[in-house]
Design a protein around this ligand. Structure first.
Ligand code: HDE
Length: 718
């Protein structure tokens, strides 16, 4: 055993994974023991029509394995999709951290990222209103580092002790297991209405952040405050951010509901196809750094996971980028069996005392034991570290490694003292030497008691369109709650965030906002705690609205149309020139044209050529695309009576998408959207691009770069 084994490279890791690949070419089917099988279709029987024989070891092996194919799904984050890729650092930040992968620009650190919803079961829809998990495993040369975050920067609760309650409340109700992947039900809102600390997070989950356009278009956050630690073991506080290259985008709620029916795998498919097409998703990793001496400088507690550090107070510094460039080979082996853990740390990164993070440090190993069934889950290929691993842990279910030698204890002399402990200078992990001197208490810090200021900050930082979406989401959710007292309690809480918000939600529910909000029974205090000490604090007016919190004003907003998909509504006889012109222009900017036809197979153009239909009017819907184009066709008039086509176009209009049409088919367009332009500036017609001159493709692309024409929604909501 050598003291300093060098880590295997990225290539070695890939080779390692390759070894587990099965090749179907030129191979005989065998039993698990390697015996070639002669008949995989028929059980061994006593006569052609006789009973099956117990001795049929081939059939028994196959069925037994099948019977045990399922493992328990994740209790939370069961529905997920993942991809391989790499992380590259932008350069030297060794002033703050000694973590090699964050400093060395020559290293490409392999990563595996898994995105997920939280509440739904494994087979549930991708478009549930929900937080998205954003978990990244970095296979660094110093060991595995897992950044197990979400697409929202705060959480519902402040202490891990409340997590089982939160999850029991949001999961389908236990008596009838309804509803699936939805928070719009009594038990969730019952719990929330008694938990003022969740109000900031509620603003985020009721916003469009909870219904992303694509997993590739979400921000990610580590949420908790962590520490970065340098060579001298000096530390700073840090918050981690992922900023998507394509900007942060969402769908609208009506669209989300329809996508759930049309394609419940919408996000999974989008991620998979983007990677297969070579459009590799990319994020930049950013950090907000707070020196230790500034810990108490803010009007919130850095350890409180229901709070952000506004980017205007502490800017986000980009320190590297992640590119996802390879789909998994096998969903179960990789996406299902990957085991993340916020406690998988490398030297240079450490925890803070956030009580939610501290609880997570227990939960993740514990859950793998029941989900993956063995303390050897680190030996599953997707979980293996590329850094060499030596210790005295032995045996257990499904142990893969064959340890040689006699010593599995330390200290030992028979094994030459191996494996050795590593000094800090040799890369040994040493915890930050934080001084802790305290009484043993079961209490929450008073500095955690401001539940409304940042909820108000979030709401006030949104555009009017975004605020309307939050109001509508709350109306939708609370109108599904049957117990009136819960609705009233929620209005009481909302009125402490923003009176107008509460009134508008109340209007939708047909009840009044209570004049005196009900005092919550248990807002983070024990039975004997002095309630006065923990009274929720009034709104802190010193917060300034923050553009970073709004998706529409966010600094990551771009006009790129890369990977956007435009549905071309075509019929036989369609203008080949029209189709080709816009298709070429879109493709030159990285967007895609998808041909939607009256039938599957090929469509004939006006020049007699054939183009392949990607989908049909019947099997598809505009909710699955970013924009719609109707090229001229002599048969287009027939579509004026085709309900599927009319709905296709009218939904695109309702969802504020760009619609293009050749002038010859303007009548079809107007029939579908039920409007004629009053004049050139007619707001209801914004984002409608008619092809009557040479600039059509440019104009269409310019509008598509706006992603949504929100002015149209304001107009139609009036
Ligand atoms: Fe998790 N969480 N969590 N969580 N979490 C799990 O671990 C838990 C929390 C997050 O793609 C489980 O392997 C507790 C916050 C993600 O595989 C489980 C608490 C954040 C994933 C668990 C939290 C997360 C999980 C279920 C409160 C954002 C999916 C299966 C103290 C920072 C990872 C598993 C993947 C998964 C426990 C709170 C993110 C049960 C007890 C806050 C992204 O261990």
């Amino acid at each position: 055993m050598k003291k300093n084994d060098t880590p295997t490279t990225e290539n070695a890791k890939l080779k390692d994974l390759e070894k587990n690949k099965e090749y179907s070419e030129n191979q005989f089917i065998t039993t698990d023991q390697g015996v070639k099988i002669n008949d995989d279709h028929n059980t061994l029987k006593a006569g052609e029509r006789g009973p099956s024989l117990l001795e049929d070891f081939i059939m028994r092996e196959k069925i037994t394995h099948f019977d045990h194919e399922r493992i328990p799904e994740r209790i939370v984050h069961a529905r997920g999709s993942a991809a391989h890729g790499y992380f590259e650092s932008y350069g030297n930040i060794n002033q703050y951290t000694k973590a090699g992968f964050l400093n060395d620009t020559t290293i490409k650190t392999p990563v595996f990222a898994r995105f997920s919803t939280v509440a739904g079961f494994r087979g549930s829809t991708d478009l549930a209103r929900d937080v998205r998990g954003f978990a990244v495993k970095f296979y660094t040369q110093e060991g595995n580092f897992d950044l197990v975050g979400n697409n929202m920067p705060v959480f519902f609760i402040q202490d891990a002790m409340k997590f089982p309650d939160l999850i029991h409340a949001v999961k389908p109700e236990p008596h009838n297991e309804i509803p699936q992947a939805a928070s719009a039900h009594d038990t969730f809102w019952d719990f929330i209405s008694l938990m003022p600390e969740s109000m900031h997070m509620i603003m985020w989950v009721m916003s469009d952040r909870a219904i992303p356009r694509s997993l590739r278009m979400m921000e990610g956050f580590g949420i908790h405050t962590f520490r970065l630690v340098n060579e001298k073991n000096m530390s700073v506080f840090v918050k981690f951010h992922w900023k998507p290259k394509l900007g942060t985008h969402a769908v609208v709620w009506d669209e989300a509901l329809k996508i759930s029916g049309n394609d419940p795998d919408f996000h999974r498919r989008d991620l998979w196809e983007a990677i297969e097409n070579g459009n590799y998703p990319e994020w930049e990793l950013g950090v907000q750094i707070v020196p230790e001496e500034d810990e108490h400088k803010f009007n919130f507690d850095l350890l409180d996971p229901t709070k952000i550090i506004p980017e205007e107070l502490v800017p986000v510094t980009k320190i590297g980028r992640m590119v996802l460039n390879r789909n998994p080979d096998n969903f179960f082996a990789e996406t299902e069996q990957v085991a993340f853990h916020p406690g998988h740390l490398v030297p240079g990164i450490d925890f803070s005392n956030d009580p939610l993070l501290q609880g997570r440090l227990f939960s993740y190993t514990d859950t793998q034991l029941s989900r993956l069934g063995s303390p050897n889950f680190h030996e599953i290929p997707i979980n293996r570290s590329i850094a060499p691993m030596h210790n005295n842990q032995r045996d257990g279910h499904m142990r893969q490694e064959i340890n040689v030698g006699r010593t599995s204890y330390s200290p030992n002399s028979l094994g030459g003292g191996c494996p050795f402990q590593a000094k800090m200078a040799e890369g040994g992990f040493v915890s930050v030497n934080e001084r802790v001197e305290a009484h043993k208490v079961r209490e929450r810090s008073e500095s955690f008691a401001d539940h409304f200021s940042q909820a108000a900050l979030f709401y006030n930082s949104q555009t009017e369109v975004e605020q309307n979406h939050i109001i509508n989401a709350l109306r939708f959710e609370l109108s599904k709650v049957e117990t009136v007292a819960i609705r009233e309690r929620m209005l009481g809480l909302l009125s402490q965030v923003d009176k107008k918000l509460a009134n508008k939600v109340a209007e939708g529910l047909g009840i009044a906002v209570p004049s005196q909000p009900e005092k919550p029974l248990n807002h983070g205090i024990g039975a004997d705690t002095d309630t006065k000490k923990h009274e929720p604090k009034p709104i802190d007016k010193s917060y300034k609205p923050s553009d970073a919190l709004s998706m529409l004003k966010n600094p990551t907003v771009t006009n790129t149309i890369e990977t956007r998909q435009v549905a071309f509504i075509c019929t036989d006889g369609v203008s080949e020139t029209s189709v080709n012109n816009l298709k070429k222009a879109l493709e030159s900017q990285g967007a895609m044209a998808m041909i939607i036809g009256p039938h599957a197979g090929n469509i004939k153009t006006d020049k007699g050529k054939e183009i392949k239909a990607d989908h049909t009017f019947f099997s598809s819907s505009s909710v699955l695309f970013d924009a719609v184009y109707i090229p001229a066709s002599p048969n287009a008039a027939m579509l004026e009576n085709n309900y599927n086509v009319l709905e296709f176009i009218s939904n695109a209009y309702r969802h504020c998408k760009v619609i293009g049409a050749d002038i010859e088919v303007q009548q079809l367009l107007e029939k579908a959207i039920g409007k004629k332009p009053a004049d050139k500036k007619d707001a209801a017609m914004l984002g409608i691009v008619i092809n009557n001159d040479k600039n059509f493709a440019d104009n269409f692309i310019k509008e598509l770069g706006k992603h949504r024409i929100w002015e149209r929604e304001e107009k139609t909501m009036q």
